[in-house]
Design a protein around this ligand. Structure first.
Ligand code: MG
Length: 202
């Protein structure tokens, strides 16, 4: 399986990092070794002193597809969940300044924290509300009605370049409010009032 991620898919987040609003989806990937599941803690690595949390809606791809027409894209995911795209912001800034790939800032071990998944049929995918709670305080508040590129557009766009396979995960971008993690922090991800994800920083 692979983890495909979208950058800058909420305008307010693009602005907070002083990035331009993209005119096409910004895509990157994480390897399967980036997965962190089942409420396991995240151990802060020593190669970064500024790792950020980014809470995102995650789609689980349910069948293989190549060059998927947008009209049929919603048939390629059945379940939705939440994930944290842990990002070594200091490394990313340094790589960006050299126009180098972001790989090491984004694809490191356990940088893709995921929680439980829900059948999408029970939810209105066009206005899903989700929140990241850090040590009891809400730090990110997102709504999928604010997406720059819709889920179906993303699936169609990505699958022109990369074959989607059953079990792949699509991280769909973070809303504003990203920030630095500290050892001891406790994070919970809430989708439509249900806590789907929890992660402690050690
Ligand atoms: Mg992200």
């Amino acid at each position: 399986m692979k983890i495909i991620c979208v950058g800058r898919n909420y305008a307010e987040h693009a602005k907070e990092l002083k990035n331009e609003i993209p005119t096409a989806p910004l895509i990157f990937m994480k390897p399967s070794t980036a997965l962190l599941t089942e409420g396991k803690p995240f151990y802060h690595p020593d190669f970064s002193s500024n790792i950020h949390y980014e809470l995102e809606v995650v789609l689980k791809i349910s069948k293989n597809g190549k060059a998927i027409n947008q009209t049929f894209a919603s048939g390629y995911y059945e379940e939705v969940g939440l994930g944290i795209d842990f990002t070594a912001r200091d490394l990313q800034d340094s790589l960006k300044s050299k126009s180098s790939p972001w790989e090491l800032a984004k694809a490191f071990d356990h940088s893709a924290c995921i929680g439980a998944f829900f059948p999408k049929d029970e939810l209105d995918m066009n206005s899903l509300h989700f929140q990241l709670i850090k040590n009891g305080q809400t730090v990110q508040n997102g709504d999928t009605s604010d997406l720059i590129f819709s889920f179906d557009y993303l699936i169609s766009y990505i699958s022109k370049f990369i074959t989607l396979q059953k079990g792949d995960l699509l991280f769909t971008g973070t809303p504003a409010g990203v920030g630095k993690i500290e050892i001891g922090d406790q994070y919970s991800g809430v989708l439509e009032g249900k806590e789907l994800l929890s992660c402690q920083i050690k």
